[in-house]
Design a protein around this ligand. Structure first.
Ligand code: ADP
Length: 282
């Protein structure tokens, strides 16, 4: 049998348990045996596998199966969340994707509980939901910038766990991905945005201010991983200095989750022979 390109399954190699964010090697490629070229080639193959599995999920959803997948993407600016959406999620049929991006809450959203806007965007049966940022901002940016007092954000970790458990019990497979780049890699990526007119639109001067809060974000991410990595909604930590690796890793996590649903094509809800006869006659 040919040797697997992975020395350890991604779900093990990237699981958040025991990870120290401050010590993370963001340039590493955990579990993968190959180099960039091998990774890119494999990604092409795996995108096709993902697409096939997603079609089955969608087909089952159309037949009333409530199960779905939720991919939660968190990461500092430039960590590559957009690249995951474009290059990983972009390989599946857009009809089957429920994408939601969460920015600074609007005036209307602010009038509600912080989970209100999140709950409304949970994926429907058969869909792959993607949260580009999420309810975790309410214990990340909110904690780092003291947007609410500590006793308020402090209660959110348990509340988030309960919220996610309810979603999982209703048929959602939750995959949470925390993408980390080094400060140096972030400088490189921000510099590129300033160097290239086709990237200006991605540049936000506030992203530079946020760099001063790097240690505070690391601490806030550590708390998130320590307190909200559960069996029903695990966190995976993705070293993301190498874009090819982070894209391949998330593709594998999705393939793994879809594989575990053990999906089949939904059976025909009609008599096939009868329909053939009707078609031949008309
Ligand atoms: P991105 O930076 O991901 O391209 P946006 O430009 O829409 O997207 O910005 C998202 C910003 O919204 C981030 O700075 C993020 O920290 C902020 N944000 C998201 N959720 C919240 C929240 N609940 N409270 C405050 N700020 C938030």
């Amino acid at each position: 049998m040919p040797k697997s390109p992975w020395s350890v399954p991604v779900t093990e190699a990237l699981h958040a348990s025991g990870v120290r964010v401050a010590d993370l090697d963001t340039n590493a490629t955990p579990g993968f045996r190959g180099d960039k070229k091998a990774g890119e080639l494999l990604l092409e193959e795996r995108r096709a596998v993902l697409s096939g599995l997603q079609e089955k999920l969608y087909a089952n959803g159309r037949s009333g199966d409530p199960r779905n997948i939720l991919l939660v993407l968190q990461g500092m600016d430039t960590a590559g969340k957009g690249g995951i959406v474009r290059h990983v999620i972009g390989s599946v049929d857009p009809q089957g994707v429920d994408h939601a991006a969460f920015g600074v809450p609007s005036a209307q959203e602010r009038r509600h509980h912080y989970l209100w806007r999140i709950r409304r965007q949970l994926p429907r049966g058969g869909q792959i939901g993607v949260f580009d940022r999420s309810h975790y901002e309410d214990v990340l940016v909110v904690r780092v910038h003291d947007l609410v007092p500590p006793d308020v954000w402090g209660k959110r970790y348990d509340e988030i766990n309960r919220f996610e458990r309810t979603a999982a019990n209703a048929g959602t497979t939750i995959i949470k991905v925390a993408m980390f780049v080094s400060l140096d890699e972030q400088r490189k990526r921000l510099t590129q945005r300033l160097d290239r007119p086709d990237k200006y639109w991605k540049f936000d001067p506030a992203d530079i201010d946020e760099r001063a809060y790097w240690p505070a974000y690391q601490e806030a991410y550590q708390a998130v991983l320590d307190r909200t990595c559960t069996e029903y909604a695990p966190w995976y930590v993705i070293p993301s200095d190498r874009k090819w690796y982070s894209r391949l890793a998330v593709t594998e996590l999705l393939i793994d989750a879809l594989g575990k649903l053990d999906l089949d094509w939904p059976p025909a809800r009609f008599d096939i022979a009868e329909q053939r006869r009707r078609l031949a006659d008309l």
